[in-house]
Design a protein around this ligand. Sequence first.
Ligand code: NAD
Length: 290
Amino acid sequence: MKIGFIGLGNMGAPMAANLVAAGHEVIGFDLVAPCPDGVATAASAAQAARGRDVVITMLPNGAILRSVADEIIPEMDKGALFLDCSTVDVESARAVADQAQAAGRLAVDAPVSGGIGGAAAGTLTFMAGGSDAGFTMAKPLFDIMGQKAVHCGASGNGQAAKICNNMILGATMIVTCEAFALADKLGLDRQAMFDVVSTSSGYSWSMNVYCPAPGIGPVSPADNDYKPGFAAELMLKDLRLSQQAAEAVDADTPMGRAAADLYAQFVENEDGKGRDFSAMLPRFEKRHRS
Ligand code: NAD
Protein backbone atom coordinates (compact mmCIF):
# COMPACT_ATOMS: atom_id res chain seq x y z
CA MET A 1 0.00 0.00 0.00
CA LYS A 2 0.96 3.64 -0.32
CA ILE A 3 1.01 4.93 3.25
CA GLY A 4 1.42 8.41 4.73
CA PHE A 5 2.68 8.49 8.34
CA ILE A 6 2.36 11.65 10.44
CA GLY A 7 4.03 11.80 13.86
CA LEU A 8 7.30 9.88 13.89
CA GLY A 9 8.22 10.06 17.57
CA ASN A 10 9.02 7.25 19.99
CA MET A 11 6.10 5.14 18.78
CA GLY A 12 5.51 6.33 15.21
CA ALA A 13 9.08 5.88 13.95
CA PRO A 14 9.38 2.14 14.72
CA MET A 15 5.81 1.51 13.51
CA ALA A 16 6.59 3.21 10.18
CA ALA A 17 9.87 1.29 9.92
CA ASN A 18 8.00 -2.01 10.33
CA LEU A 19 5.61 -1.06 7.51
CA VAL A 20 8.60 -0.36 5.24
CA ALA A 21 10.23 -3.64 6.23
CA ALA A 22 7.02 -5.42 5.20
CA GLY A 23 7.25 -3.90 1.72
CA HIS A 24 4.88 -0.93 1.94
CA GLU A 25 5.75 2.45 0.44
CA VAL A 26 5.77 4.98 3.27
CA ILE A 27 6.17 8.77 3.23
CA GLY A 28 6.39 10.51 6.60
CA PHE A 29 6.03 13.91 8.20
CA ASP A 30 6.96 15.15 11.67
CA LEU A 31 7.49 18.71 12.90
CA VAL A 32 10.72 17.73 14.66
CA ALA A 33 11.67 14.04 14.45
CA PRO A 34 13.55 12.72 11.41
CA CYS A 35 12.02 9.98 9.24
CA PRO A 36 13.46 6.51 9.95
CA ASP A 37 15.47 4.73 7.23
CA GLY A 38 13.36 3.76 4.26
CA VAL A 39 10.61 6.31 4.95
CA ALA A 40 10.55 9.18 2.42
CA THR A 41 10.32 12.68 3.93
CA ALA A 42 7.33 14.90 3.08
CA ALA A 43 7.52 18.68 3.35
CA SER A 44 4.13 18.89 5.08
CA ALA A 45 1.36 16.75 6.54
CA ALA A 46 -0.73 17.57 3.46
CA GLN A 47 1.98 16.20 1.18
CA ALA A 48 2.26 13.02 3.26
CA ALA A 49 -1.51 12.51 2.86
CA ARG A 50 -1.94 13.20 -0.86
CA GLY A 51 -2.49 10.16 -3.11
CA ARG A 52 -2.10 7.63 -0.28
CA ASP A 53 -4.25 4.56 0.35
CA VAL A 54 -3.89 4.98 4.12
CA VAL A 55 -2.75 7.90 6.29
CA ILE A 56 -1.64 6.95 9.80
CA THR A 57 -1.29 9.51 12.59
CA MET A 58 0.63 8.94 15.85
CA LEU A 59 0.39 12.29 17.65
CA PRO A 60 0.54 13.58 21.22
CA ASN A 61 -3.06 14.71 21.88
CA GLY A 62 -6.54 15.45 20.57
CA ALA A 63 -5.97 19.16 19.82
CA ILE A 64 -3.00 18.33 17.58
CA LEU A 65 -4.91 15.47 15.96
CA ARG A 66 -7.79 17.84 15.14
CA SER A 67 -5.48 20.42 13.55
CA VAL A 68 -3.66 17.74 11.50
CA ALA A 69 -7.04 16.28 10.45
CA ASP A 70 -8.16 19.73 9.20
CA GLU A 71 -5.05 19.85 7.06
CA ILE A 72 -5.00 16.33 5.65
CA ILE A 73 -8.62 15.23 5.16
CA PRO A 74 -9.21 17.56 2.18
CA GLU A 75 -5.97 16.28 0.61
CA MET A 76 -6.80 12.58 0.96
CA ASP A 77 -8.26 10.55 -1.90
CA LYS A 78 -11.92 9.53 -1.68
CA GLY A 79 -12.11 6.06 -0.12
CA ALA A 80 -8.67 6.39 1.49
CA LEU A 81 -8.37 5.41 5.16
CA PHE A 82 -7.53 7.85 7.97
CA LEU A 83 -6.06 5.60 10.67
CA ASP A 84 -5.33 7.39 13.94
CA CYS A 85 -3.24 5.35 16.40
CA SER A 86 -2.65 8.18 18.93
CA THR A 87 -4.18 8.08 22.39
CA VAL A 88 -6.63 11.00 22.47
CA ASP A 89 -9.94 11.94 24.07
CA VAL A 90 -12.99 10.07 22.79
CA GLU A 91 -14.64 13.31 21.63
CA SER A 92 -11.72 14.28 19.37
CA ALA A 93 -11.56 10.75 17.94
CA ARG A 94 -15.28 10.89 17.07
CA ALA A 95 -15.02 14.45 15.69
CA VAL A 96 -12.20 13.67 13.25
CA ALA A 97 -13.87 10.41 12.19
CA ASP A 98 -17.11 12.30 11.43
CA GLN A 99 -15.14 14.90 9.49
CA ALA A 100 -13.34 12.21 7.46
CA GLN A 101 -16.54 10.28 6.74
CA ALA A 102 -18.41 13.43 5.70
CA ALA A 103 -15.63 13.97 3.13
CA GLY A 104 -15.96 10.40 1.82
CA ARG A 105 -12.90 8.96 3.56
CA LEU A 106 -12.83 5.92 5.85
CA ALA A 107 -11.80 6.51 9.45
CA VAL A 108 -10.59 4.21 12.23
CA ASP A 109 -9.31 5.15 15.69
CA ALA A 110 -6.89 2.50 16.88
CA PRO A 111 -4.88 3.41 19.97
CA VAL A 112 -2.30 0.88 21.04
CA SER A 113 -0.91 -0.81 24.08
CA GLY A 114 2.52 -2.37 24.22
CA GLY A 115 4.71 0.73 24.44
CA ILE A 116 7.94 1.51 22.64
CA GLY A 117 9.16 -2.09 22.92
CA GLY A 118 5.97 -3.37 21.32
CA ALA A 119 6.20 -0.75 18.56
CA ALA A 120 9.76 -1.81 17.73
CA ALA A 121 9.01 -5.54 17.88
CA GLY A 122 5.73 -5.24 15.95
CA THR A 123 3.79 -6.74 18.85
CA LEU A 124 1.37 -3.92 19.70
CA THR A 125 -2.28 -4.50 20.56
CA PHE A 126 -4.67 -2.29 18.59
CA MET A 127 -8.09 -1.32 19.96
CA ALA A 128 -10.07 -0.16 16.96
CA GLY A 129 -13.23 1.88 16.47
CA GLY A 130 -14.88 2.50 13.10
CA SER A 131 -16.74 0.84 10.26
CA ASP A 132 -16.21 -2.78 9.16
CA ALA A 133 -14.83 -1.48 5.84
CA GLY A 134 -12.26 0.68 7.66
CA PHE A 135 -11.25 -2.11 10.01
CA THR A 136 -10.87 -4.57 7.12
CA MET A 137 -8.62 -2.15 5.26
CA ALA A 138 -6.50 -1.50 8.37
CA LYS A 139 -6.22 -5.17 9.41
CA PRO A 140 -3.17 -6.13 7.27
CA LEU A 141 -1.33 -3.12 8.72
CA PHE A 142 -2.32 -4.06 12.27
CA ASP A 143 -0.92 -7.53 11.55
CA ILE A 144 2.47 -6.00 10.66
CA MET A 145 2.67 -3.46 13.50
CA GLY A 146 1.04 -5.64 16.13
CA GLN A 147 0.05 -9.08 17.28
CA LYS A 148 -3.59 -8.42 18.11
CA ALA A 149 -6.34 -6.10 16.89
CA VAL A 150 -9.80 -5.96 18.44
CA HIS A 151 -12.65 -4.23 16.62
CA CYS A 152 -14.46 -2.53 19.50
CA GLY A 153 -17.35 -1.01 17.55
CA ALA A 154 -18.05 2.43 16.13
CA SER A 155 -15.68 5.39 15.96
CA GLY A 156 -14.25 6.41 19.33
CA ASN A 157 -14.71 2.95 20.82
CA GLY A 158 -11.01 2.15 20.39
CA GLN A 159 -10.18 5.14 22.60
CA ALA A 160 -12.94 4.13 25.03
CA ALA A 161 -11.43 0.64 25.39
CA LYS A 162 -7.94 2.06 25.86
CA ILE A 163 -8.85 4.49 28.65
CA CYS A 164 -11.02 1.94 30.47
CA ASN A 165 -8.15 -0.56 30.35
CA ASN A 166 -5.63 1.98 31.60
CA MET A 167 -7.95 3.19 34.35
CA ILE A 168 -8.01 -0.40 35.64
CA LEU A 169 -4.23 -0.64 35.22
CA GLY A 170 -3.48 2.63 37.05
CA ALA A 171 -5.72 1.84 40.01
CA THR A 172 -4.45 -1.75 40.19
CA MET A 173 -0.81 -0.68 40.13
CA ILE A 174 -1.39 1.79 42.96
CA VAL A 175 -3.09 -0.74 45.20
CA THR A 176 -0.45 -3.39 44.41
CA CYS A 177 2.27 -0.91 45.46
CA GLU A 178 0.50 0.18 48.63
CA ALA A 179 -0.09 -3.47 49.53
CA PHE A 180 3.65 -4.25 49.19
CA ALA A 181 4.49 -1.24 51.39
CA LEU A 182 1.92 -2.37 53.97
CA ALA A 183 3.29 -5.94 53.86
CA ASP A 184 6.80 -4.57 54.52
CA LYS A 185 5.58 -2.80 57.64
CA LEU A 186 3.77 -5.94 58.78
CA GLY A 187 7.00 -7.94 58.46
CA LEU A 188 5.74 -10.02 55.54
CA ASP A 189 8.49 -11.08 53.15
CA ARG A 190 7.99 -9.70 49.60
CA GLN A 191 8.66 -13.05 47.96
CA ALA A 192 6.05 -14.71 50.19
CA MET A 193 3.62 -11.89 49.42
CA PHE A 194 4.20 -12.41 45.67
CA ASP A 195 3.90 -16.20 45.94
CA VAL A 196 0.54 -15.88 47.67
CA VAL A 197 -1.04 -12.96 45.78
CA SER A 198 0.10 -14.02 42.30
CA THR A 199 -1.77 -17.30 42.78
CA SER A 200 -4.70 -15.93 44.79
CA SER A 201 -7.64 -13.65 44.14
CA GLY A 202 -5.50 -10.49 44.36
CA TYR A 203 -3.58 -11.47 41.24
CA SER A 204 -3.39 -9.02 38.35
CA TRP A 205 -1.20 -8.02 35.43
CA SER A 206 0.48 -5.44 37.73
CA MET A 207 1.44 -8.15 40.22
CA ASN A 208 2.03 -11.17 37.99
CA VAL A 209 3.60 -9.69 34.86
CA TYR A 210 4.93 -6.27 35.87
CA CYS A 211 5.66 -6.75 39.57
CA PRO A 212 6.65 -3.36 41.09
CA ALA A 213 9.00 -4.94 43.67
CA PRO A 214 12.63 -5.32 42.49
CA GLY A 215 13.93 -8.89 42.40
CA ILE A 216 10.45 -10.39 42.74
CA GLY A 217 8.49 -12.09 39.98
CA PRO A 218 9.37 -11.66 36.29
CA VAL A 219 11.89 -9.02 35.19
CA SER A 220 10.18 -5.61 35.07
CA PRO A 221 11.17 -1.90 35.19
CA ALA A 222 11.50 -2.28 38.99
CA ASP A 223 14.62 -4.35 38.23
CA ASN A 224 16.03 -1.49 36.16
CA ASP A 225 15.79 1.27 38.76
CA TYR A 226 12.24 2.07 37.58
CA LYS A 227 13.34 3.41 34.22
CA PRO A 228 10.27 3.29 31.92
CA GLY A 229 8.71 0.97 30.65
CA PHE A 230 5.54 2.94 30.82
CA ALA A 231 6.29 6.38 32.23
CA ALA A 232 4.19 7.75 35.09
CA GLU A 233 3.35 10.86 33.04
CA LEU A 234 1.88 8.70 30.25
CA MET A 235 -0.25 6.90 32.82
CA LEU A 236 -1.34 10.32 34.11
CA LYS A 237 -2.31 11.36 30.58
CA ASP A 238 -4.50 8.27 30.14
CA LEU A 239 -6.08 8.62 33.60
CA ARG A 240 -6.96 12.23 32.81
CA LEU A 241 -8.52 11.15 29.51
CA SER A 242 -10.60 8.59 31.40
CA GLN A 243 -11.78 11.29 33.84
CA GLN A 244 -12.58 13.64 30.96
CA ALA A 245 -14.65 10.89 29.34
CA ALA A 246 -16.38 10.02 32.62
CA GLU A 247 -17.25 13.68 33.08
CA ALA A 248 -18.68 13.89 29.55
CA VAL A 249 -21.02 10.91 30.03
CA ASP A 250 -21.78 11.43 33.73
CA ALA A 251 -20.15 8.18 34.92
CA ASP A 252 -19.16 7.74 38.57
CA THR A 253 -15.50 6.59 38.66
CA PRO A 254 -14.17 7.16 42.18
CA MET A 255 -11.21 4.76 41.93
CA GLY A 256 -10.23 6.20 38.55
CA ARG A 257 -10.40 9.70 39.99
CA ALA A 258 -8.28 8.73 42.99
CA ALA A 259 -5.71 7.15 40.66
CA ALA A 260 -5.62 10.27 38.47
CA ASP A 261 -5.15 12.51 41.55
CA LEU A 262 -2.36 10.32 42.92
CA TYR A 263 -0.42 10.12 39.64
CA ALA A 264 -0.83 13.91 39.25
CA GLN A 265 0.69 14.38 42.72
CA PHE A 266 3.49 11.91 41.91
CA VAL A 267 4.37 13.42 38.52
CA GLU A 268 3.82 17.11 39.21
CA ASN A 269 4.80 17.58 42.87
CA GLU A 270 7.09 14.65 43.61
CA ASP A 271 9.80 12.75 41.73
CA GLY A 272 7.56 10.67 39.44
CA LYS A 273 8.25 12.37 36.12
CA GLY A 274 10.48 10.23 33.91
CA ARG A 275 10.08 7.20 36.17
CA ASP A 276 8.11 4.07 35.44
CA PHE A 277 4.52 4.12 36.71
CA SER A 278 5.40 1.22 39.06
CA ALA A 279 7.75 3.58 40.96
CA MET A 280 4.69 4.17 43.16
CA LEU A 281 6.20 1.40 45.34
CA PRO A 282 9.31 3.32 46.50
CA ARG A 283 6.99 6.32 46.95
CA PHE A 284 4.78 4.41 49.38
CA GLU A 285 7.80 2.85 51.13
CA LYS A 286 8.92 6.31 52.26
CA ARG A 287 5.53 7.49 53.42
CA HIS A 288 3.55 7.32 56.63
CA ARG A 289 -0.17 7.27 57.19
CA SER A 290 -1.51 10.81 56.74
P1 NAD B 1 6.29 11.39 20.95
O1 NAD B 1 6.15 12.72 21.62
O2 NAD B 1 7.60 10.67 21.01
O3 NAD B 1 5.87 11.52 19.39
C1 NAD B 1 4.89 12.40 18.90
C2 NAD B 1 5.47 13.04 17.64
O4 NAD B 1 4.47 13.85 17.04
C3 NAD B 1 6.67 13.95 17.92
O5 NAD B 1 7.79 13.49 17.17
C4 NAD B 1 6.21 15.33 17.46
O6 NAD B 1 7.23 16.12 16.87
C5 NAD B 1 5.13 14.96 16.46
N1 NAD B 1 4.18 16.03 16.20
C6 NAD B 1 3.56 16.85 17.08
N2 NAD B 1 2.74 17.71 16.45
C7 NAD B 1 2.85 17.41 15.14
C8 NAD B 1 2.22 17.93 13.96
N3 NAD B 1 1.34 18.94 14.02
N4 NAD B 1 2.57 17.40 12.75
C9 NAD B 1 3.47 16.39 12.68
N5 NAD B 1 4.08 15.84 13.75
C10 NAD B 1 3.76 16.35 14.97
O7 NAD B 1 5.11 10.49 21.56
P2 NAD B 1 4.98 8.89 21.46
O8 NAD B 1 5.52 8.28 22.70
O9 NAD B 1 5.43 8.43 20.14
O10 NAD B 1 3.39 8.75 21.59
C11 NAD B 1 2.52 8.99 20.48
C12 NAD B 1 1.11 8.62 20.88
O11 NAD B 1 1.07 7.25 21.27
C13 NAD B 1 0.57 9.41 22.08
O12 NAD B 1 -0.78 9.71 21.84
C14 NAD B 1 0.77 8.47 23.24
O13 NAD B 1 -0.15 8.69 24.28
C15 NAD B 1 0.52 7.14 22.57
N6 NAD B 1 1.15 5.99 23.25
C16 NAD B 1 2.45 6.07 23.65
C17 NAD B 1 3.02 4.97 24.29
C18 NAD B 1 4.46 5.00 24.76
O14 NAD B 1 4.86 4.10 25.50
N7 NAD B 1 5.27 5.97 24.35
C19 NAD B 1 2.26 3.81 24.51
C20 NAD B 1 0.95 3.75 24.04
C21 NAD B 1 0.40 4.86 23.41
